[in-house]
Design a protein around this ligand. Structure first.
Ligand SMILES: Cc1ncc(COP(=O)(O)O)c(C=O)c1O
Length: 302
């Protein structure tokens, strides 16, 4: 496929070659920002992360991101080594060091830290966590609606690796994405263990049928902050919205489909498994939700 794109595509920005990156309290130029090869995140994917966006000098939905981060840390029994105020201070220091006020995306990563020996046991991480914050100048530029392919990789049950955890290890999602690309699509649509449509490998998934907005029950997907905001916006604006089980049949026959995530907000879907979804273009309900979300961001960040 010659025109393959990703759901996290941004305009090229030469300033990103020169950014300063936060590594454990220090701000290092990008080419000097380093962590140990013994780090649990590198070696085992043992860590957690958040993706945040800065609008008008304010991190959107910061409380929600901090709630999710600290909840994930509890689940992993990972001591972040600082409180919420400390994490926010580090985020702010990073964006200020880069002179960023808008159109900025942060990836905030915390791992269990360097291990004394190259093995799995978490107790081998003995010198405290590693915290890295990458802030990039970032203006999303997704040139056309996204093509999806359904893949055999599933969103698993909570007792394996809970799909709600924003863990460093994303191998299940990466394998799904590779399978979708091989099938000529941009991103993968993943089903849950019962065969219902669940989520994509990197975003939450919605369909629109007869003016109503449907998304999965939420049981097997990332508890996306944008997902919740879209549900809340529907409820506040008289748009029928359902968190429910639905199948590929319902999806192929939908009038519109879109993805949600902090980076792309609401990204229209053109097709699934080679079938056009509705007109294959940005539809009226998605357009309306994009406008409502934009207004919400403006309210939250003034
Ligand atoms: C698998 C997955 N789904 C959905 C999302 C979107 O979540 P949010 O809206 O909080 O960015 C993410 C982002 O972290 C993700 O990794």
């Amino acid at each position: 496929m010659t025109d393959s794109i990703t759901t996290h595509q941004a305009t090229d920005d030469a300033r990103n070659a020169e950014i300063k990156i936060y590594v454990n309290g220090e701000l290092a130029p990008r080419d000097q920002a380093k962590i140990s090869v013994y780090d649990s995140g590198f070696m085992l994917g043992d860590g957690i992360w958040e993706g945040l966006r800065l609008y008008n000098g304010t991190w959107a939905f910061l409380n929600e991101h901090m709630d999710r981060l600290f909840e994930a840390a509890l689940a992993l029994d990972l001591n972040i080594g600082m409180d919420r105020a400390g994490v926010i201070k580090a985020l702010e220091a990073t964006r200020h060091a880069n002179g960023m006020t808008d159109n900025t995306h942060a990836r905030l990563m915390i791992t269990r830290g360097p291990k004394t020996r190259p093995f799995q046991h978490p107790a081998l991480s003995q010198s405290g966590p590693t915290m890295v914050i990458i802030c990039e100048h970032s203006t999303p530029s997704i040139p056309r609606p996204i093509r999806l392919a359904t893949v055999p990789h599933m969103r698993g049950l909570p007792m394996t690796q809970d799909p709600k955890l924003n863990s460093h290890s994303k191998l299940n999602c990466i394998l799904a994405c590779i399978a979708a690309e091989k099938a000529g699509a941009d991103e993968a649509l993943m089903l849950d263990v019962n065969g219902f449509v669940n989520t994509t490998n990197a975003c939450n998934f919605f369909i629109v049928r007869k003016g109503a907005v449907w998304t999965s029950t939420g049981d097997y997907c990332m508890n996306g902050i944008t997902r919740q905001k879209v549900i809340d916006l529907c409820r506040a604006n008289g748009i029928p919205v359902y968190e429910r089980n639905f199948s590929l049949v319902d999806t192929y026959g939908a009038d519109e489909a879109f993805l949600t995530g902090t980076f792309g907000a609401q990204t229209p879907v053109a097709s699934l498994d080679g079938r056009s979804i509705g007109s294959g273009k940005l539809g009226p309900v998605t357009t309306r939700l994009r406008a409502l979300y934009k207004d919400l961001i403006a309210q939250e960040t003034t």
